[in-house]
Design a protein around this ligand. Structure first.
Ligand code: PLP
Length: 390
């Protein structure tokens, strides 16, 4: 009998929704280029514009403010590319941004200041004020919720301070969308971006939301699609799927309390199993679905393998493209000692997870921890063989 898998890695990619997969397939079968004037083209255009309205509703923006991209990474790169047209001479980037923001910031040939976070993982507003006092118009990049810890950042405060100093703000809402109510207008940000695959949509599609009236310079140039803001024939199936996912995610935000209750159960059980447990960011508001935790002397890669063998999919901090577990820049920024950071496991839940999934996870993790500790005790007590140099 094959074991039922317990998938608890929604922050890496949420399982694709059945209605999304159907919408993608329908759009692929339908064909047509949204730029064509014939009936097939007009039908494809209709799909794209319907999806645009749905994505706009998810983040409470206007459809005309939504630019479809190939995902969160392209949206981040496009957002930071706006420094030139916006007359920004420097960047202020939080230390816990996703690599797509941190790496893009480093390619612009502009000075980049790093905005630190406190021990609980929220950005340091006093430091932001100091950084904003420096000369030159700044573009500030702070995420709405961190992908590793789930810590929700004080974006309205960031925007108020930045705008007060004549700076602009780009917000990564990739993990927040669908998990928290996201209101582009109320946040007051200049740009915000989202990604379909974190909300049960297809991979490889996302959107950059650009405040109406903000000057804009495309990153991708060519045929002038997306109202001259992003060239390239639209990913119609992906965009159609994104639209469906956005609608469903928007309608489910109210049910996130259920997910938070599961996470609380998980945290309580882990604390009981391991007295030295550390939950990162537990002093700050966090996404309802995310918990990043560790205990001293553990190795995340070993734990991940043990959990995977038990049919459980979770992650070690952020998922790296190479499949290797790298040091977490987020935990480093929070001042977490390396020995503790090395064992950090991220669990990110969704509405389909159950109490049974949580029980299985706690049992499997506790078993793996016990094994690891027994092994390290055995190694520590092994007789030391003398090494003779020849
Ligand atoms: N921003 C955050 C916070 C993320 O977690 C991710 C993906 O892990 C991205 C941006 C990149 O999005 P995409 O995978 O669509 O390129």
């Amino acid at each position: 009998m094959t074991m039922k898998r317990a998938y608890m890695d929604h922050n890496a990619t949420a399982p694709v929704r059945a209605d999304v997969a159907e919408a993608v397939l329908r759009a692929m079968r339908m064909g047509g280029n949204p730029s064509s004037v014939h009936a097939e083209g007009r039908a494809a255009r209709k799909l794209v514009e319907e999806a645009r309205a749905k994505v706009a509703t998810l983040v409470r923006a206007e459809p005309a403010e939504v630019v479809f991209t190939s995902g969160g990474t392209e949206a981040a790169n496009t957002a930071l590319h706006q420094t030139r047209v916006l007359g920004a001479e420097r960047l202020i980037v939080s230390a816990i941004e996703h690599d797509c923001v941190r790496a893009a910031a480093g390619t612009l040939g502009l000075p980049v200041s790093t905005l630190g976070v406190g021990r609980a993982g929220a950005v340091d507003l006093a430091q932001l004020e100091e950084l904003l006092k420096q000369p030159g118009r700044a573009l500030v990049a702070v995420m709405l919720a961190n992908n590793e810890t789930g810590v929700v950042q004080p974006i309205a405060d960031v925007v108020a301070r930045a705008h007060g100093a004549g700076a602009l703000v780009a917000v990564d809402a990739v993990q927040a969308a669908g998990r928290l109510p996201v209101d582009f207008r109320a946040l007051g940000a200049d740009m915000l971006f989202v990604s379909a695959h974190k909300i049960g949509g297809p991979q490889g599609v996302g959107a950059l939301v650009v405040r109406d009236g903000l000057p804009f310079e495309p990153l991708m140039r060519g045929g002038g699609q997306e109202f001259r803001r992003r060239s390239g024939t639209e990913n119609v199936p992906g965009i159609a799927g994104f639209g469906v996912a956005a609608s469903l995610a928007a309608s489910e935000v109210d049910r996130m309390g259920q997910v938070a209750a599961l996470r609380e159960k998980l945290e309580a059980a882990l604390r009981q199993a391991e007295p030295d447990l550390r939950i990162f960011g537990d002093g700050a508001p966090r996404l309802p679905n995310t918990v990043l935790f560790s205990a001293p002397g553990l190795d995340a890669e070993t734990l991940l393998m043990a959990l995977d063998l038990d049919g459980i999919a979770v992650s070690a901090g952020s998922a790296c493209s190479s499949g290797k577990v790298a040091k977490s820049h987020v935990l480093e920024a929070m001042g977490v000692e390396a020995g503790l950071a090395r064992g950090a496991i991220r669990v990110s839940l969704g509405l389909e997870n159950t109490e049974e999934d949580i029980d299985r996870l706690v049992a499997s993790w506790s078993r793996a921890v016990r094994r690891a500790r027994e092994k390290s005790k055995a190694t520590a007590h092994a007789p030391v063989r003398e090494f003779v140099e020849s």
